[in-house]
Design a protein around this ligand. Sequence first.
Ligand SMILES: *Cc1c(COP(=O)(O)O)cnc(C)c1O
Length: 370
Amino acid sequence: MYIPFADLSSQYRSLQPEIDLAMKQVIEKCAFINGPYAHKFEEEFAQFCAADFCVGVGNGTDALFVALKGLGVGPGDEVLVPAMTFIATAEAVSMAGAKPVFVDVDPENGTMDVADLRAKISQASKAVIPVHLYGHPADMEAIEPLARENGLFIVQDAAQAHGATVGGRSLSAFGDCACYSFYPGKNLGAYGDAGAIVTGDAVLAERMRKFANHGRKDKYDHQFEGVNSRMDGLQAAVLSVKLKHLKDWTDRRRAVAAVYDRELSGIEGFKLLKRRVWAGHVYHLYVVRCNDREALSDYLAENGVASGIHYPVAVPFMEAYECYGHTHEDFPAAYAMQESILSLPMYAELSEDSALRVCEVVRGYFAGAE
Ligand SMILES: *Cc1c(COP(=O)(O)O)cnc(C)c1O
């Protein structure tokens, strides 16, 4: 039995007739850019997120960039971002002309450390981007009041957290907006690039919509310079089909996580990340920590179990950010994570038997290592 890290083709097989039909309709109607399918998905996704407005864009990176531009973040501003995330969180800040300022993370779940956030806020801080890493929400109930006291905008990076909740409340209850990616491997994935921003602020939504469509008010009536980052009709149609299944898929991910939690606790030299009691975790990834991560991952591979590392280099230590001169001591928790984390197979179609097999192999590794 080979257990892949993720499995997009079995999901397609289960939805094929519906997806094929949806794509055919978009092509027949030539509704390629924005248009009725994109608007329909925007409405459905806003409702799913319990938000008033949804603006579809080209990808998740642009969602962050368009949100920052919509809020007026630009040159001279600092934006606080966690040290452990995908590069796009910091990249979007630079794209807007602002400076990313890194914040260390909570070693128990990998999200932004609130005490370090407080320490990094300066006169130049304009916004904060909490990342709901691996599907575990950042501590919004602590971050939001801290950000507001300091006059910061809050742009959530929810690229890994479709449907996550904080204290039973949807992410839309917090901050200025939440940015989503529909990259194929995300919990809700398109068949190409797509992204969206959801917000309760009508003025912000309008500004973001125009910015992402050449600053356009009407076809050739451009109020300001924007960019071209719109939702593709084919992607929107695929996403509408898939959105109906997202709740079930999230339940399945949670069931897999429950198997891992139960079967993998109490192994010496091996740690599970901890879910906070208030966190409605959606398990984009299931991440564990151990000292000799490479040896464990090799052993898993030899026994037919794929694994991944998210992420092997924390953002401040990447070559791309060398210019800031950060050392490992600046972000000890993010550094400890990059050296020890391993992601186990996680997707809705992973059967209980396969999840149990993953656990058996992990346990076998530690039994042999004793
Ligand atoms: C995937 C991801 C993004 C970027 O989304 P794209 O659609 O790939 O541009 C941003 N932030 C995080 C945390 C992500 O995982």
